[in-house]
Each structure stands twice: as C-alpha cells, then as structure tokens.
Design a protein around this ligand. Structure first.
Ligand code: FES
Ligand SMILES: [Fe+2]
Length: 481
C-alpha cells in the first residue's frame, strides 16, 4: 500500500475556516475577502544569523532597503509647497517634499558638495540650503545658490547639479518612496493591495490622527514577524482565545503578487485550541473583554451564533460613532482582523472602523528596530481637514503606554513586545551543539518565510549586478525546498 504525503502547507487546523465563516454570512462579503490564496514556501529552516549578524544587516541595507517601496510619510504632512519629511531607513535618507507646482518629489538627502545631510528635521522651507557652505536648491531640485561660484565651474549651472530623485507614489493617504529610480512602479508592485482596498475598503480622504514610533530591542524582522501570524495568540494573548479564532486564521499569498500578502483572524468564534464551549460562553467572553460592550447580558438566541450576536451589537454601537449605517455590512468587516502586508515593511489594517497601520525599519544595529503605529481617520463630513498628528518618539526604555492617544492598544502591544528582547537574545545562543536556525510553520508562518526569501533574491541579484561574490551571503541564505 502506498501513502501519499500531503503537499507542503496543505494541512489546516480543525474549526471553521475564514471562508467557511464568509459562506455562512447573511450579508454580502466584500470581494477582496473572498479572494484568498496560498503558495507553498517550502519547509526550509531560516538561519538565526539573519536576525543577529551585522554583515547580513549590511547586505539588507545595501540591496533590499534601497530597492523596495516603503511608506515615507502621510500626504497630509506634505500638503503645501516646501513642506517636507525626512525619511531615514537603515543608513539611507530622502527628503519628501512638495514643489510650488504641487508635485511630490523625493530627493536623496545628501549635499552634492561634500555630502552633508541637507535636512535633519521635518518642516516647511522655501528652499533646501546646506548648513555647511551654503549651497542652495529650490523645491524643484535646481541649484540656485553656490557661494564663490567662480571656484566651481564644473558644478555651477551644470545639469548634474540638480538634486537626484528617488521614486514617489501615493496611496491611501500615504506617500511611498523607492530609492531605486529603475524599480518597478508602486502601482505594479502593490496592485493586489490597491485593488482590494479600492473594491472593498474605503480609505479615501483620511488624515493622520495618531503616530508613535518606538525603538524596539529586537531585529526588525523579529518585530515584524510578531505581527504577522496568529500562531502566538494561544501563548501570548490567552485572554482572547474564548472568542478569537487563531489556529484557523487565514494567510494569503497570491502567485501573481509576491509583495502583497494578507492575514485574517476571525473573532466571535472560539479558538480551535479549546475544548468546545457554548455560543453563549463565546459571546459573554467577547463582551467582557470588549470596550464597546452593551450594558447587561446579551443572550444568544436559539439558532443564532455568538458571532452574529456580537457583530450585531457592534453594528449598533459603531453606527452612531462612525456616522454611517452599518446595517448591510458583513460580520467579517465588523469583527475580524484583516492585516495586509506590503513587502518589506508596511502593514495597513482593513475593515470597518479600522484605521491602524504599522511600519518597521532597522535600527542602528541588528539588535534594535523602529516600529511605527499610525491611525488614519476619515476627515469628518463637511469639516476641515484636521492637522496631522505630530510624531511621538519613544526610546528603547519607554513603554507604548507612554504614547498619548494609543488607548487600550498599548496593553496588547506591551504583551507582544515583552517577547521580543527574549527572542533576540535567544537567537544568539548558537553554540555548535545547538540548533542554528528557526523553523517556521508551513502554513501559519509561510508569509514570514516568503518575505525572507524575497530578501535573498534581492541580495543575490544585487551582488551579481555589482560583480561581487555570492560567498558573502551564502551562510545566511534560506536553503531551497
Ligand atoms: S557640504 Fe553642503 S555646501 Fe558644503
Ligand atoms: Fe500579538
């Protein structure tokens, strides 16, 4: 008798899948949420040194951060001519600004004289003047002043004296940059995310209502990966398992869109990890936890599910807050967590009332990173656009709870963040007899493995382009298969 091995990543948890829950809905589920997919990423382990080595971080800096689309700021931070934001990533920096004619530009933040950073702060200026010797560029990047120009005939009024530009794109109230002027367009790379949000989730006319950035004591991938799976819920957030699906979350990878993936985590159902509990217990647990609970007990009527009841309670509670009628809005849009991810490090939530977005960047060493949390809120109808919230900077030793306006989210973040320094330290335990690699799940953590494989591809291509030996990246590569 022969047995056939199941295909990699084809096994799923018991319990209803996200698509089962969609099929049971009585309202229309937006098309984006019916569009799900999985592409196996193999089973290979991931070398731990990718998270800890300065040599590998240098390769990421050189060949990944310089060639990928990253969110640099929000559109409302650069509304007027001369408004600018300095976007620093790894050891690179660009100035995102608006010209007099209203165009957005991103200039490499380095003086063409002796390299000084032209701007270190955000703000509004009429021109970019280098503080060292006073070379000055207008907002269109033309060199307009050069003290002692007689000494620089090779620069003054030469075409090469314009500030070089990176690529810029806008979407959903954000400004994205790509430091590689030859990279594929944002629209092409992010098309799945663009299409999904335009057909299914409105994000037009938003303003930045909250923004905090914190230095986190872990490699940027350790931090980002902690927000990329629901597998950690049972151990890290056990307080939600009575009303949250976790092992039966959905992870989408689309074959035609390698840079956009998605994670959907259902609420109003129990975790498959628990022995069965009643629908009433699920609803009670949800209401006990939620800040928006109705007063008093809510009964789950015979023939209805906890999910339907909590969704209905939220519909009633949220409609007046959002000022829209949510009567026709599906349970999944009301309840579930839908987190998109644009490689390498941009993650917007989708769904009714969802406004959160995350961003990650490497820190000064492989052992720290920066994580940004933003809330993009709709500009209230008929009202003037509120000013964008200033950025709150939190140091390594500070807590998310110190960010004003973070609310209850700070508690969940602290729970997630508590693991991260331990992960970073544990990854360094690499004595010869110990395991040298990380083992990802084939389904629940496939997106993490995939993102790391994309980085390998970029580094390998970059080394080849520069005529450098691949030997320097080989110890870090994820094996095939
Ligand atoms: S380095 Fe900028 S003007 Fe000299
Ligand atoms: Fe978490």
């Amino acid at each position: 008798m022969t047995t056939t091995e199941p295909a990699i990543g084809s096994i799923r948890s018991h319990g209803p899948s996200v698509q089962d829950l969609h099929a049971a809905e009585t309202r229309v589920v937006p098309p984006a949420l019916l569009d799900h997919s999985y592409v196996a990423q193999g089973m290979a382990d991931v070398p731990k040194t990718r998270y800890t080595s300065a040599q590998y971080a240098a390769l990421e800096n050189e060949y990944m951060w310089t060639q990928t689309w990253q969110m640099a700021c929000t559109v409302d931070e650069v509304l007027e001519p001369g408004d600018h934001v300095v976007y620093d990533v790894a050891d690179q920096s660009v100035i995102v600004t608006r010209t007099k004619s209203g165009e957005l530009k991103a200039y490499y933040n380095s003086c063409l004289h002796r390299g000084t950073k032209l701007r270190v702060d955000d703000g509004r200026v009429a021109s970019f003047r280098c503080p060292f010797h006073g070379w000055k560029w207008d907002l269109d990047g033309n060199l307009i002043e050069l003290p002692a120009e007689w000494d620089f005939p090779h620069v003054w009024q030469q075409p090469s004296s314009c500030l070089p530009q990176a690529q810029v794109a806008t979407w959903g109230g954000f400004v994205f940059v790509n430091l590689d002027p030859t990279a594929e367009s944002f629209e092409k790379v992010a098309h799945k995310m663009i299409e999904h949000f335009s057909t299914s989730f409105g994000i037009e006319n938003r303003y930045k209502a909250f923004h905090a950035v914190k230095e986190v004591p872990a490699n940027w991938k350790v931090c980002m990966e902690a927000f990329g799976e629901g597998y950690h819920v049972i151990a890290t957030h056990p307080q939600i398992v009575e009303f949250a699906g976790d092992a039966n979350s959905e992870y989408s990878i689309w074959p035609d869109s390698p840079y956009v993936t998605r994670f959907v985590n259902s609420f109003g159902i129990q975790s498959p990890h628990l022995a069965p509990i009643s629908e009433q217990q699920v609803a009670d647990a949800y209401f006990a936890f939620s800040a928006r609970s109705p007063r008093g007990a809510v009964e789950v009527p015979e023939g209805e599910t906890a999910r339907q009841v909590v969704a209905q309670a939220f519909r009633s509670a949220l409609s007046p807050v959002l000022g829209i009628d949510l009567g026709d809005v599906s349970d999944t849009e009301i309840l579930d967590a839908h987190l998109y991810h644009l490689y390498p490090a941009f993650a917007p939530w989708a769904g009714v009332g969802q406004s959160l977005t995350y961003r990650w960047r490497p820190g000064p060493t492989p052992d720290t990173c920066f994580m940004d949390v933003l809330r993009m809120m709709p500009v209230p109808d008929g009202q003037e656009r509120p000013a964008p919230a200033p950025i709150q900077h939190l140091r390594l030793d500070q807590s998310w709870k110190e960010a004003e306006g973070m609310g209850g989210l700070a508690d969940v973040f602290e729970q997630d963040m508590a693991n991260l320094p331990r992960v970073q330290l544990g990854l360094k335990v690499r004595t010869p007899h110990n395991k040298q690699s990380v083992s990802f799940g084939n389904y629940q953590e496939a997106r993490l493995r995939m993102a790391q494989r994309l980085t390998d591809e970029l580094i390998l291509e970059g080394l080849q382009r520069d005529g450098r030996s691949q030997a320097e990246v080989e110890p870090f590569l994820i094996p095939k298969g």
